[in-house]
Ligand binder design. Structure first.
Ligand code: GAL
Length: 417
């Protein structure tokens, strides 16, 4: 190496350091997307950002539903060390916004007119006083059932349209010796299933009254009691090893044909896709019986934290990449969800995705697009947590009757709100 080239190398190194301080080209992302389908979807984002020259610093915190991830996030923010962005649900984002912990990407939001294409219901969670501080990466919904088609054919089953139809179908599977219902017996999963049971039992207006309005009469009603009765009926159809099971292992039971059906949000479809299964051919997707026409949503957002000046450009790039129509299509095809932008064509989606997109649009225009109680879109985390608690205690027999469950639910929600 000549003296001159050493000088040049040193100079360019110095320049590189200076550039690094002014523009830290790294996106640090906290998330709980660790299953096969989830990781595949996240890869779409990593690749898009890497094409733009951004490095990815992964902060994965395993645990479906994100409870563990939210604990880690809290600690990072408290230590003054927030990630560039974090996967987040509903009211969790509002809490960070209220505490002044989120940044501002309104400049790009205005330029790209996000307000015109994202449903108003979601903008409640992605903006604070008109300023964009989170971006919605998808729209998931919880009121789906996922069915193994060959098991369905074997038992001669047809699409269940009501809760009673569903019980009859589960009964057929049981009689044929299959595990009827693949359940992950964790609080968030049981509560997520109960969202659908309540909407099916009482209708979406009842669901709204009870969970969005926390209306006392609705919570104490016979309809709520009947919802618990219906939940109890599902207990007869799970296998003995359901307690504590992860959601994706329950999905795998349906994928393999060990079980007929899983009641789960459409992130389950990401697992079918990762296992190379085809919608309509290998598996069937229906709305939870009795809830067709309604969408009980949970949107994954990236909360954009208040980061130092040198990290802001990377944050802006992440936000812009997340909201680009082509990314919203590519990502959601893999994730199982549907785009959070209403102007993304459904061309690349399978039949379940096409139905999901149409359902969101229809529900959004007729007032049946409603946030999931279990997934922190109907109430703040403390209330949602109290809900998980009562539902799981009832399902596992610690709360013995539906009457007692109603009493406990009213008490727990009142204490938490
Ligand atoms: C949900 C989240 C989904 C999926 C699921 C299981 O809360 O919205 O994206 O990750 O948890 O982990």
């Amino acid at each position: 190496m000549t003296f001159r080239s050493v000088l040049m190398a040193t100079a360019s190194l110095g320049f590189a350091f200076a550039a690094h301080a002014a523009d830290n080209k790294e996106v640090q992302m906290l998330h709980w997307w660790t299953s096969g389908g989830e990781a595949a979807a996240l890869n779409v984002l990593k690749q898009d950002l890497s094409k733009e020259g951004y490095a990815w610093k992964d902060v994965p915190v395993a645990g479906g539903g994100g409870e563990a991830a939210m604990t880690t996030l809290k600690a990072m923010v408290a230590a003054g060390n927030p990630p560039t962005a974090s996967q987040i649900l509903g009211y969790f984002a509002l809490d960070y916004a209220e505490a002044g912990k989120l940044g501002d990407v309104s400049a790009v939001a205005a330029k790209e007119k996000w307000a015109d294409v994202v449903p108003k219901a979601l903008q409640k969670f992605t903006t604070t006083n008109g300023k964009w501080d989170a971006v919605p990466v998808n729209i998931h919904s919880v009121n789906w059932v996922w069915i193994n088609k060959s098991v369905m054919d074997k038992i001669g089953g047809t699409e269940p349209k009501s809760f009673d139809d569903f019980l009859a179908l589960l009964g057929k599977a049981k009689a044929a010796g299959a595990i009827p219902l693949a359940l992950g017996g964790q609080p968030w999963q049981e509560a997520t299933m109960f969202d659908s049971v309540v909407a099916s039992t009482g209708g979406i207006e009842f669901y709204k009254k009870a969970f969005v309005d926390l209306d006392d009469a609705a919570l104490k009603s016979d309809t709520m009691k009947k919802s618990f009765d219906n939940l109890a009926k599902l207990r007869d159809f799970v296998d003995p090893n359901y307690a504590g099971r992860d959601w994706n292992l329950a999905t795998a039971m349906v994928i393999k044909g060990d079980a007929l059906v899983q009641v789960m949000g459409d992130w389950a479809k990401g697992e079918f896709r990762a296992a190379k299964k085809e919608a309509g051919k290998d598996f069937l997707c229906y709305r939870f019986p009795g809830t067709d026409g309604s969408v009980i949503y949970n949107t994954d957002m990236f909360a954009l934290f208040n980061v130092s000046a040198d990290r802001k450009a990377a944050q802006m790039a992440l936000a812009a990449a997340t909201m680009s129509p082509s990314f919203q299509s590519a990502f959601n095809v893999v994730k199982g969800s549907v785009p959070a932008r209403m102007d993304v064509p459904d061309t690349d989606f399978d039949i379940c995705g096409k139905k999901g997109i149409a359902d969101v649009k229809a529900a959004n225009s007729k007032g049946s697009f409603v946030g999931s109680m279990a997934q922190n879109y109907a109430q703040p985390p403390a209330v949602a947590g109290a809900y998980h608690d009562v539902v799981t205690k009832f399902f596992h027999g610690e709360i013995k009757t539906s009457d007692a469950a109603v009493t406990e639910l009213v008490k727990a929600l009142n204490n938490a709100k």
